[in-house]
Design a protein around this ligand. Structure first.
Ligand code: GUN
Length: 300
């Protein structure tokens, strides 16, 4: 059997970001409108610092306004909610994201639900989550779909012409990836199973899957012999492990070297799903901006 096609998320995301930059340029030229993204970070989680910096930097590179708001780790719930309310009212801000995780003393659910659903470019608000489940993505409902599963779906569709009737296994049940991913695949008429850390005989479940999305955060959990020959494998995991040489390296939730021999297509880590998350966040910000202005998203 030949090696899997590598689904290059980095290159795909670069093309998407170039298209977004053209859309932003067109909005500015034709309407004098500049999409704006505000990122909120609380405390000093080092991973969050890098993620937020990358998001605001790429928003700027696409020609948008972008702001970073940082509160100290000791900030109160009220301080955070006040900041979110101010951003909700700011007409220059079209998209708001509150970087997770939040420090222990803060109720993340309350913070997410304080964001105006129309500005919720992460798609985490209960209204957006509910719209996705009940009405599906697209259409007139005005749903915002979380960036990571949206990016995964784009990569899957880039490889597969028709998803209808395929067996899809989503490994992981987070609100950020697993649950919305399952609903996106359901809307594509896949037969969807959600598995997780307590699922019995995970290997047998995986072997049935034509599409396997791994998002459990367990380094190289999915082995090559768990994969159905020819399957499309999307690896959302980003795990840092120490190699035999004592150096650390990033690996996904899938044992790539084994899986690439069996799968039909597979995303690498890094360079697979990761870059797609930010590109989709920027796409959501353009969409939010256009909806708030009552205009269609410009073609580019
Ligand atoms: N933490 C991990 N992933 C995400 C994400 O996509 N958005 C936000 N806001 N926080 C995260």
């Amino acid at each position: 059997m030949s090696e899997a096609r590598i689904l290059d998320g980095k290159a795909f995301a670069a093309r998407l970001c170039a298209r977004i930059a053209r859309q932003v340029g067109a909005l500015q030229q034709s309407r004098g409108l500049k999409p704006g993204l505000a990122a909120v970070r609380v405390g000093d989680n080092p991973a969050s610092e890098i993620y937020v910096r990358n998001k605001t930097k790429q928003a700027c590179e696409a020609g948008m306004n972008s702001w970073q708001h940082r509160l100290p780790a000791e900030a109160s719930q009220d301080q955070l909610l006040d900041l979110i309310r101010r951003l909700n009212e700011d007409r220059q801000v079209h998209g708001i994201l509150v970087q997770l995780p939040l420090p222990g003393g803060i109720d993340a659910g309350a913070a997410i639900d304080a964001v105006d659903p129309a500005k919720d470019v992460d798609g985490f608000h209960v209204i957006n989550a509910g719209r996705l489940v009940t009405r599906g993505p697209g259409g007139p409902s005005g749903v915002m779909v979380p960036g990571t599963p949206l990016g995964c779906l784009m990569l899957i569709k880039d490889h597969l012409d028709k998803l209808e009737g395929l067996e899809a296994l989503v490994l992981g049940r987070s609100n950020i990836v697993g649950k919305p991913m399952a609903h996106l695949l359901l809307a594509e008429h896949c037969t969807v199973t959600i598995a997780h850390s307590r699922t019995r005989d995970l290997a047998a479940m995986c072997r049935r899957a034509d599409i396997l999305v791994a998002a459990v955060g367990r380094a190289e959990l999915v082995r090559g012999d768990w994969i159905k020959p020819g399957a499309t494998v999307i690896d959302v995991g980003i795990n840092r492990i120490e190699g035999a040489d004592g150096k650390t390296r990033l690996v996904g939730d899938v044992a790539f070297a084994e899986a690439v021999e069996v799968a039909g297509a597979i995303t690498p880590v890094p360079g697979g799903v990761g870059p797609m998350t930010i590109a989709c966040l920027l796409q959501n910000t353009v969409t939010a901006c256009c909806r708030q202005a009552g205009i269609p998203v410009p073609e580019a």
